[in-house]
Design a protein around this ligand. Structure first.
Ligand SMILES: Cc1ncc(COP(=O)(O)O)c(C=O)c1O
Length: 408
């Protein structure tokens, strides 16, 4: 469905009534009085995820004890949950495994990619998410390869000299979407390899890793996939190269027969060799159930609605004289919109005090996230109307809104 831009609150309500994705909101346990615009950072709980964690704790763990590794299918969760994610990123089912954090997976994949690259160097762009830059630096130190930091948007050109580029599909600050096809073509031509970070893209961008020729990727599951705080990340490895690659973290869960207790490491086949240690079962059970909210929903529909919600935010931003750093109305964009204001931090706190929850990224970006499964057009309308009141009245200008918390 294509969504038109509403000009009034009533038109926003009408769009919600006609929205084919509207029913998905009922899967979520959203607190009364809260408008949640931070699903790009931590997705909310689904009813199913809460029940799955309770069941796993009180039944499978408390009663089943160690038997549940077999009887409750715990041992298979990294693969079975990977199958659900595969559909959302355009991968084959066996190309995805759920394990570790994005940081650790970036490290494993970039190290494994080095032998495929014409040149032994690791490339990141200057505005890449910090952990991507830090892991690239740490790996290049350990591996003794060149660390190359290029200006924003220059990674693709840099691939002409080979190297391993770590690159987000959606920039965490601006929501600019990288052209995966042209990047992969540049990597192919220059003898380079890309490790994609899908953290801000999975669940809100129409990803098709198979079609764009992606070889390696990882992504977060606690944002748009709503897997819960600290939910494990996923790894994607294209089938035809998986068995040529070696994970630098050769843990027993990547071994072909972990319970054979052999002395020597022998990797299992495919993407599964990138697992390392024991899976986090409680988190995986939450993620497994949370992914059911995507049943029957196409990624194209998710992407279309996320962009339409973002368009409405941008339409308001223009009226309020706020400067966006995200792509404009009608343009390709991830699931969030960033608006600049030098008082962004207290403004976000003033919104939170009203029950409207976006987030803030230093030094001055207010990020509004439009997770398409549960955010409504009327939510965006009301949030932006509240923002207008806060700006006009200077409600943000209170000492309590200027106290910085550890997590912003
Ligand atoms: C682009 C990107 N990569 C990685 C991460 C986090 O990775 P990790 O799962 O290691 O905390 C985030 C978190 O917000 C992110 O936005």
């Amino acid at each position: 469905m294509t969504y038109s831009l509403p000009n009034t609150r009533d038109e926003a309500l009408a769009l919600d009534s006609a929205d084919p994705l509207a029913g998905a909101r009922a899967s979520f346990r959203l607190p009364d009085g809260v408008t949640y615009l931070d699903g790009h950072s931590l997705g909310p709980a689904t009813e199913g995820a809460v029940q799955a964690v309770q069941h796993t704790a009180t039944d499978a763990w408390a009663n089943g004890l160690i038997r549940s590794w077999n009887d409750a299918g715990w041992i298979d969760l990294p693969k079975t949950v990977g199958v659900k994610i595969a559909r959302l990123i355009g991968a084959k089912t066996e190309e995805v495994i759920v394990c570790d954090s994005v940081s650790i997976n970036l490290y494993k994949l970039a190290a494994a990619a080095l032998p495929l690259s014409k040149a032994r160097r690791i490339i990141v762009e200057a505005d890449e998410f910090p952990t991507d830059q830090y892991m690239a630096q740490g790996l290049s130190d350990l591996a003794g390869v060149e660390f190359v930091r290029v200006a924003s948007g220059q990674g693709e050109a840099e691939l002409s000299s080979g190297g391993v580029l770590i690159k987000s599909v959606v920039n965490y600050r601006t929501a600019v979407v990288a052209d995966m096809t042209s990047h992969e073509a540049a990597a192919e031509a220059g003898g380079g390899v890309i490790v994609w970070d899908l953290s801000h893209a999975t669940g809100c961008v129409d990803l098709d890793l198979g079609a764009v020729g992606a070889r390696l990727a990882t992504g977060c599951t606690y944002k748009y996939l709503n897997g819960g705080p600290g939910a494990p990340a996923f790894v994607f490895v294209r089938n035809d190269i998986a068995n040529q690659l070696s994970s630098p973290l050769s843990g027993w869960f990547g071994h072909v027969a972990p319970f054979a207790f052999d002395e020597d490491y022998k990797p299992t086949a495919g993407a599964a060799r990138f697992a390392a240690g024991t899976p986090s079962v409680l988190s995986l059970s939450a993620l497994d159930a949370a992914l059911d909210a995507f049943d029957g929903v196409s990624v194209a529909a998710l992407a279309s609605k996320a962009r339409a919600l973002g368009d409405l935010c941008l339409w308001w931003a223009e009226r309020l004289g706020l400067q966006p750093i995200s792509p404009g109305i009608g343009e390709v964009r991830g699931g969030h919109v960033s608006l600049l204001h030098e008082q962004g931090y207290p403004i976000v706190q003033a919104l939170i005090a009203r029950g409207i929850i976006p987030d803030f990224r230093a030094p001055n970006a207010m990020r509004f996230g439009f997770s398409p499964l549960y955010v409504r057009f009327v939510d965006v309308w009301d949030a932006m109307a509240a923002l207008e009141e806060i700006l006009v009245s200077k409600e943000w200008d209170q000492p309590r809104f200027k106290v910085r918390s550890a997590v912003t």
